[in-house]
Unconditional design. Structure first.
Length: 213
């Protein structure tokens, strides 16, 4: 496809872009698939995390929506998975073993708050947001990491967590904000839990996978 108004980034750069336009259902199936791929290519036997009725979930299509939306985390499974909301927050807020970022900061930025009145002088050092993204995805690790060495915990793409949102039992938790978020709003905050329906996907919504040691 050729168009004067459309061009893809170079292949090597595409490999570094975070995935977005994915649903929560897709994300949990992808985590199970990664576990099985990892086992097959490394001679390991990690258990897939997401199951329904004791069966590993491998299909995120609408025909399998009941199994996806009723997914449970297999006890003791150490395969790849989405973070729990509190795990995500602790990783985003960590400074050291004593101090933690205040609720109204972006991950990594200790210079000042970004909500409700912006006092931070360094938001753009850590975050791709509407003020510097041009509304586009950007390769990972092109901003500074937070204190745990993690990139893009705030901005670029929102990240699904496993849980149902505490104020909406039809939605899952999303955290971190994305490339369309503004400072002075709560979406980028390390403390804010956004929400999104498990079957829906849209630009700006992605995920970060973790594993239990």
């Amino acid at each position: 496809f050729q168009s004067d108004s459309f061009s893809e980034p170079p292949i090597e750069e595409q490999k570094l872009l975070p995935l977005d336009c994915i649903s929560w259902r897709d994300a949990i199936v992808w985590c199970n698939a990664l576990t099985e791929y990892y086992n097959a290519t490394n001679g390991k036997s990690l258990a897939c995390v997401y199951t329904s009725g004791g069966q590993v979930i491998r299909d995120s299509r609408d025909a399998n929506e009941a199994a996806c939306d009723e997914a449970t985390m297999a006890t003791g499974a150490k395969g790849f998975r989405l973070p729990l909301s509190k795990e995500w927050e602790m990783a985003a807020r960590y400074i050291d073993e004593i101090d933690w970022l205040p609720y109204n900061h972006v991950s990594g930025d200790t210079s000042g708050r970004c909500y409700p009145e912006v006092t931070s002088t360094r938001v753009g050092d850590f975050v791709w947001y509407i003020g510097n993204s041009g509304g586009n995805l950007h390769p990972v690790a092109t901003k500074q990491p937070n204190h745990l060495g993690l990139y893009d915990m705030s901005g670029n793409v929102d990240e699904f967590c496993f849980e149902i949102h505490p104020m909406d039992d039809e939605c899952q938790v999303l955290r971190g904000g994305n490339r369309f978020s503004q400072t002075g709003t709560y979406f980028l905050l390390v403390s804010y839990q956004n929400r999104f329906r498990p079957a829906d996907s849209a630009p700006g919504y992605g995920f970060r996978f973790v594993a239990t040691k």
